[in-house]
Write a new protein. Structure first.
Length: 191
């Protein structure tokens, strides 16, 4: 697959088959991720791969985040809602937590640059998944910094989850996509 073709052809695909993905393949995706650029070569990222029952760690965090918001909900309704929250982690056979892990002891490291590098690593991972014939979707949201997520993924000071990447074999046709032309988004400054 040509690089530009891969970039233009990659889509977020959330509907996947319930088939395991080989560990070696996931390791290849992470190896692609760690080749992302980083300022001052700090490599400010780490990954937590969840498969099988390991995905329940994320599911329990989703449920724990939701529980305080349920108020006086009837017991059965409460149990159903918490069960649905836990099931979010089971939507794909592999879920990878991508974590921005800033270099604490590098004198020139800047937090937003460290976070940007972690995002670049996620893009590499998504492109590698696409190139391997896998479906992937990068999920984010306000809950990434919730104390339950911090506990579940043992985040150190200044570490942040930059997203959960759900991966599996596609179980849907990728949607068509359009983009505004790069020319329409570019301003040239020339002499």
């Amino acid at each position: 697959m040509e690089l530009l073709e891969a970039i233009k052809g990659r889509r977020s695909i959330g509907k996947v088959k319930d088939e395991p993905v080989a560990r070696e393949l996931i390791e290849q995706l992470i190896e692609a991720a760690v080749w992302a650029p980083s300022h001052h070569k700090t490599e400010p990222w780490r990954f937590v791969v969840m498969t099988g029952e390991g995905r329940r760690a994320l599911g329990r965090a989703y449920a724990a985040m939701t529980e305080p918001t349920l108020g006086d909900m009837a017991e059965q309704d409460r149990a159903d809602r918490l069960s649905r929250e836990e099931a979010k982690a089971l939507r794909a056979p592999v879920v990878i937590a991508a974590i921005s892990s800033p270099a604490a002891d590098h004198p020139r490291a800047v937090l937003w640059e460290e976070r940007a590098a972690a995002h670049a690593a996620v893009q590499n991972l998504l492109l590698a998944a696409h190139g391997a014939g896998l479906a992937a979707v990068w999920r984010t949201g306000d809950g990434l910094g919730h104390t339950e997520m911090v506990k579940a993924f043992d985040l150190a000071h200044a570490e942040e989850i930059v997203g959960f990447i759900y991966i599996g074999y596609p179980d849907m046709t990728p949607p068509a996509a359009n983009r505004v032309s790069g020319a329409d988004k570019t301003r040239w400054i020339e002499s």
